[in-house]
Design a protein around this ligand. Structure first.
Ligand code: B16
Ligand code: MG
Length: 211
C-alpha cells in the first residue's frame, strides 16, 4: 500500500445527512402512499437521487412517467435542502475534524468523492469548503456508485493514480466502486460488515492507525 491520497465519501462518513435523506424520502413516500422504512433507506446509501427514487417506486402500485419522477425528486430535494440549511459547523464531530487535520499534517492529499449534487452546499454549511484538495461529486459524473467514476475523477483532480488512493465509505455500493476503481477500500459504519473492504474502521480516528 503506497497511499498518497485519501478520498472521503461525504454522507455517512464526514456528515450524517443520511437522517435528512430518510426524513425527506419518508415525507415524499407518505404522500405517494408508498411504504418506506430505515431498511429501504439503507439501500439508498451512495446511490444517486434518481436511482434512489427508482428503488422507492418499487413499492408503488403503478408506473410513474419521467416527468412525474422528476417532480417527485425535486420535491424530495427541496425538503432535504430545508434540513441542510439548518446545518452548522457543529455537524462535523471534533473527532472527524481532528483526524482530517492530522492526515493533512501527515502529508496526504485529501478529496471528497460523493454522489450528492448538494456536496458543495453541505461543505459550506459545515465550514469545510476550503479544507479539501479536491471535490468530486454528483455534478461531475455520469454514472453513480457502484461505478468508480466519482472516485476516478477525485484521483484525477489530486493528480494521483487510483492505486495511490484510499477511499473511505459507509456504503456497500461505495466499497464496490473503490474496488473496481483499483483503490484501497476502507469501510466504516454500515459498510463495516462488507467482506470486500480492505480495511474496516471501528471509528473515524482509527484512520490514524492505518495511514
Ligand atoms: P443528492 P454520498 C449520497 O451521498 C447519499 O448517500 C445518497 O443517499 C444520495 O441519494 C446521493 O448522495 C445523492 O444525493 O440528492 O444530494 O444529490 O454517500 O455519496 O456522499
Ligand atoms: Mg455515504
Amino acid at each position: 500500500m503506497n497511499t498518497k491520497g485519501i478520498i472521503f465519501d461525504l454522507d455517512g462518513v464526514i456528515v450524517f445527512t443520511d437522517k435528512f435523506h430518510y426524513l425527506a424520502w419518508k415525507a415524499v413516500s407518505d404522500e405517494l402512499g408508498i411504504y418506506f422504512d430505515e431498511k429501504i433507506n439503507n439501500r439508498l446509501r451512495g446511490v444517486s437521487r434518481m436511482d434512489s427514487l427508482e428503488i422507492i417506486l418499487e413499492g408503488g402500485k403503478r408506473e410513474y412517467s419521467e416527468n412525474e419522477k422528476i417532480e417527485i425528486a425535486e420535491k424530495k430535494n427541496e425538503i432535504y435542502k430545508g434540513y441542510l440549511s439548518k446545518m452548522t459547523p457543529s455537524d462535523v464531530s471534533d473527532e472527524v475534524r481532528k483526524t482530517l487535520t492530522e492526515l493533512k499534517k501527515r502529508g496526504y492529499l485529501l478529496a471528497i468523492g460523493s454522489s450528492s449534487k448538494n456536496t458543495k452546499y453541505i461543505l459550506e454549511r459545515v465550514a469545510l469548503s476550503d479544507f479539501f484538495d479536491a471535490v468530486s461529486d454528483g455534478t461531475n459524473i455520469k454514472k453513480s456508485k457502484p461505478d468508480p467514476e466519482v472516485f476516478l475523477k477525485a484521483a484525477e483532480f489530486i493528480k494521483l493514480s487510483p492505486c495511490e488512493c484510499a477511499v473511505i465509505e459507509d456504503a456497500f455500493a461505495g466499497i464496490d466502486a473503490a474496488k473496481s476503481g483499483g483503490m484501497t477500500a476502507v469501510a466504516i459504519g454500515d459498510a463495516a460488515s462488507y467482506e470486500k473492504a480492505d480495511i474496516v474502521l471501528g471509528t473515524f480516528s482509527d484512520l490514524l492507525k492505518h495511514f
